[in-house]
Design a protein around this ligand. Structure first.
Ligand SMILES: [Zn+2]
Length: 412
């Protein structure tokens, strides 16, 4: 029988007077040195990039999406293929998110961004029943319509666990209700109670599935901390999930979820991580920009995912230590230099800005591949450098140096 012994976290160096640390997450499919940037492969593919190249650019793990894979090709098919890693030909650890965010965001019309535009939206408008929306929440689960064909579906904690066990990732997340900053305080309280009840149901179903799926590697289950912008709610949610125990089954790690305003990111991560046990890993679900990585790491987050590097790459946006620029602009037409001087990625060691500019103008498919490789490598390498700075006791100086340079050019 698979046991939680196959999964563990070893904290290593820490940032003086802060919650941030380096460490290693041990999974049945390999170790993840943390802090780590987890590359997003929503549909069991990092868009436009070969799995071999994903590994070569330094990605330690890939995060796929339970909701998308449930709708297409179906979790049972992925199970038959041997799990999401085997199915996509990825030789390493994988994460799946619970599908909760994707399902609920259809009902709310909000985006998974740190800085939300709250103008023009009334409180609780986002979840009030009876409007033209694609998802409705009740205490048992969520009814939603497929974004693909409008067909009706229902997710419950048990269904999410069943899907995620079939997908077979090393890291799974409990099914939670993701609220927005527009919800009222009473709604946030009710929602938190619901998310906690769902967390216990996830633990029970996870235990049952772990015991019944004999011969499978252990899949870790991480509880998701909600509570919006309220300190007491965030702290209570973290304490409750840390103590949650169903017949000896506890959470193996934790996700920091929900809508956050960018300026409160560090504060909210700190509230949560002050309550969580130090010997279990923490993942920040969705992050937007490089400066957020420093804030999250300093506040005790171990892993993150972000779709920005690949999404913006396909639009021509290039991340560098000197801020971002768009390669599809006139100055790059005859620029025979790499996307970023000193970058060790395949794109920068083989191609010029002029070539990328040409591919963009010619609408060639290789453009997506080369751009994504650079942007993903930039984020992976940045987090690797953050990890190294923690281990040598130079986190604060590296943070000041990096952000100073990044912001200077960005605005200049
Ligand atoms: Zn590069």
């Amino acid at each position: 029988m698979a046991t939680p012994d196959e999964f563990s976290f070893t904290p290593q160096a820490s940032i003086p007077d802060r919650l941030g640390r380096s460490g290693v997450i041990h999974t049945p499919h390999g170790d993840i040195a943390t802090p780590a940037f987890i590359v997003v492969g929503t549909q069991a593919t990092v868009k436009a990039v070969l799995p071999h190249a994903v590994a070569e650019l330094g990605a330690q793990a890939v995060l796929a999406n339970a909701y998308h894979l449930y709708l297409q090709p179906g979790a049972d098919l992925v199970d038959e293929a041997g799990g999401v890693a085997a199915f996509m030909g990825w030789d390493g650890p994988t994460y799946t998110d619970s599908g909760g965010f994707q399902v609920l965001s259809q009902g709310a019309g909000f985006k998974k961004v740190l800085a939300m535009d709250t103008k023009g939206l009334a409180s609780d408008d986002v979840i009030a029943p009876g409007k033209d929306r694609l998802a409705l929440v009740d205490d048992e689960g969520v009814d939603f319509r497929s974004y693909r064909d409008g067909s009706k579906h229902r997710f419950t904690p048990e269904i999410s666990m069943s899907i995620q066990h079939q997908l077979g990732a090393d890291v799974m997340f409990a099914f939670d209700e993701c609220t927005t900053l527009m919800n009222t305080r009473p709604y946030q309280e009710r929602s938190l109670d619901r998310t906690y009840a769902w967390a216990l149901r996830c633990l029970a179903e996870h235990r049952r599935l772990t015991d019944s799926r004999v011969g499978k590697p252990y899949q870790s289950l991480w509880g998701v901390v909600q509570g919006a912008q309220y300190e007491d709610l965030r702290r209570k949610a973290a304490r409750d999930l840390a103590a949650a125990d169903v017949d000896g089954q506890m959470f193996d790690g934790f996700g920091l979820g929900g809508a956050l305003e960018k300026e409160n990111l560090g504060t909210i991560c700190r509230w949560i991580n002050e309550e969580l046990p130090v010997d279990k890993p923490r993942h920040l679900l969705g992050i937007s920009e490089p400066e957020d990585l420093f804030v999250a790491v300093e506040s005790g987050v171990d892993t993150f995912d972000c779709v920005n590097p690949s999404r913006t790459a396909r639009n021509g946006r290039v991340y560098t230590d000197d801020g971002c620029y768009n390669v599809d602009t006139l100055p790059n037409k005859r620029s025979f230099t790499p996307l970023e001087a000193g970058c060790d990625c395949y794109t920068c060691t083989h191609h010029t800005r002029a070539y990328l500019h040409h591919l963009a103008r010619a609408k060639e498919l290789l453009f997506y591949t080369l751009m994504t490789i650079h942007n993903e490598r930039f984020h992976v390498r940045l987090v690797d450098r953050i990890r190294a700075s923690i281990e040598t006791g130079e986190f604060q100086s590296f943070k000041a140096e990096f952000l100073g340079r990044y912001a200077a050019r960005k605005s200049g």
